[in-house]
Design a protein around this ligand. Structure first.
Ligand SMILES: Cc1cc2nc3c(=O)[nH]c(=O)nc-3n(C[C@H](O)[C@H](O)[C@H](O)COP(=O)(O)OP(=O)(O)OC[C@H]3O[C@@H](n4cnc5c(N)ncnc54)[C@H](O)[C@@H]3O)c2cc1C
Length: 410
């Protein structure tokens, strides 16, 4: 129990590793390079509003999230299972009528999904409910776009709904992401809801930190390098380790370690203060015009927030590459909000550019891959990049790495 275990990174995977190690009686030490836990899931309070680092949600059906989080304490706020589609200044609401009857007529009348599409959606829904996550993550690999075509969804439904909706989830505009991810996310959407904690997404990490009783977290402590049995901090300190969990990008490992350079999907989120909401209900807005730079919008004050600010809070997410300066981008977004969404009089608050938002992976896995995860005799890797880009995967990987450490030390 006195073994020296170091965890690099206090994102969800590092925190899940610490919780698992504590349960087995160990007292790990976390080195985190920033001043706060959460990694890619953080919330700032700015001019009274809570701003998540990029628009993101938790799917409350995630199996690992159900084990790790106390949903009641988080006061999860549900987002409606549908979307408002904006096109040429017009808008239409579509959604899952089985979960929200109000969507029945609007979806049928929208012209976005034909009868055959609805039938194919039901068949996909049924097929995925029967599949385990392991089966989904070992199914044939292809891009999501090819998968949707193979399932014979109409070009209209793909262009008008699937593309903007899943671009906002995968953070890439072409649906190149593996169809394994699409199937997993589709299954999770069908089983539960997209939710945001009342205090913002950062509350997820804060809740995990609160669970830790025997773990020391050192913030502002960047690890420069690890090798078997040793951890070097940027400050020059060096520590002997019985085991190391690298729950950060694996670049800090010595040259021989796996996996190699990661590629990332990026996004930008701009927050605006507005006088009134043009969408009253908590539902995502999608701009489906191929020339638009905006992908999706959401009024965060359409759900209960712990920090509300004085007016309404709107976020705009961009997933396309562009060469605009920040000022030009803000100007273009304000113009597009007016033209496509009929939203005017917005006051810019803050811009988040997230270059490393989601790892772009070629082959996805359901379970922590012991053989790849172990980078040296005493080094174990964790992080969503080992499995698939999601908070559920981050938790699975952290727990898996910690269990491997426990097995090794015993
Ligand atoms: C904009 C955006 C939208 C997203 N949307 C969703 C969504 O809707 N649903 C979903 O499930 N997932 C979503 N995700 C993904 C989810 O946030 C991640 O899968 C998850 O947070 C990854 O956790 P992690 O612990 O693997 O990595 P990270 O959160 O990246 O944690 C790594 C930690 O290591 C620290 N670190 C790095 N280098 C060092 C070093 N040298 N020394 C010490 N510490 C170091 C970092 O500061 C960080 O705290 C989204 C992510 C983003 C950014």
């Amino acid at each position: 129990m006195n073994k020296k275990i170091f965890i690099i990174g206090a994102g969800l995977s590092g925190l899940a590793a610490a919780i698992t190690l504590e349960k087995a009686g160990f007292s790990p030490v976390i080195f985190e390079s920033t001043s706060k836990a959460g990694g890619r899931i953080k919330t700032d309070i700015f001019e009274g509003y809570q701003l998540d680092h990029g628009f993101q949600v938790l799917l409350d059906a995630y199996p690992k999230a159900l084990e790790y989080f106390d949903y009641k304490e988080l006061e999860l706020q549900k987002i409606l299972p549908g979307a408002i589609l904006f096109y040429k200044g017009r808008s239409v609401a579509i959604g899952d009528p089985s979960r929200h009857p109000g969507f029945l007529f609007t979806t049928i009348l929208s012209g976005v999904a034909g009868v055959k599409d609805v039938y194919r959606l039901l068949v996909l829904y049924r097929d995925l409910q029967k599949m385990t996550d392991e089966e989904i993550f070992s199914s044939e690999e292809m891009s999501t776009l090819n998968f949707l075509k193979k399932r014979k969804f109409s070009n209209g439904l793909i262009a008008k709904f699937f593309k903007p909706f899943f671009s906002g989830i995968f953070l890439e505009p072409d649906l190149k992401t593996s169809c394994r991810m699409f199937q997993f996310v589709f299954k999770m959407f069908a089983r539960g809801s997209a939710v945001i904690p009342k205090a913002g997404m950062g509350a997820l990490a804060e809740q995990l930190v609160k669970k830790l009783e025997k773990t020391e977290i050192h913030y502002n402590s960047r690890v420069e390098r690890v090798s078997d049995g040793e951890v070097w901090l940027q400050s020059g300190e060096k520590y002997k380790a019985d085991a190391i969990v690298v729950a950060a990008e694996p670049g800090i490992l010595s040259a021989s370690a796996e996996p190699s350079e990661l590629k990332w999907n990026s996004c930008e989120t701009l927050y605006f203060e507005v006088d009134r909401r043009t969408i009253k209900k908590p539902i995502i807005g999608l701009v489906r015009d191929p020339n638009a730079i905006i992908n999706n919008i959401f009024y965060h004050t359409s759900i209960s927030c712990a920090h509300k600010g004085e007016k309404e809070l709107l976020s705009v997410t961009i997933v396309k590459d562009h060469n605009l300066t920040k000022e030009d981008l803000i100007t273009q977004v304000i113009e597009e909000l007016k033209v496509y969404c009929k939203i005017d009089k917005v006051d810019f608050l803050k811009h988040y550019q997230i270059k490393r938002a989601l790892p772009s992976l070629e082959s996805l896995k359901a379970q922590w891959p012991g053989n790849i995860g172990k980078a040296g005799k005493s080094i174990f890797l964790a992080g969503d990049h080992l499995l698939y880009a999601s908070s559920n995967a981050a938790l699975i990987s952290g727990e898996g790495a910690a269990k491997a450490v426990i097995e090794k030390l015993r």
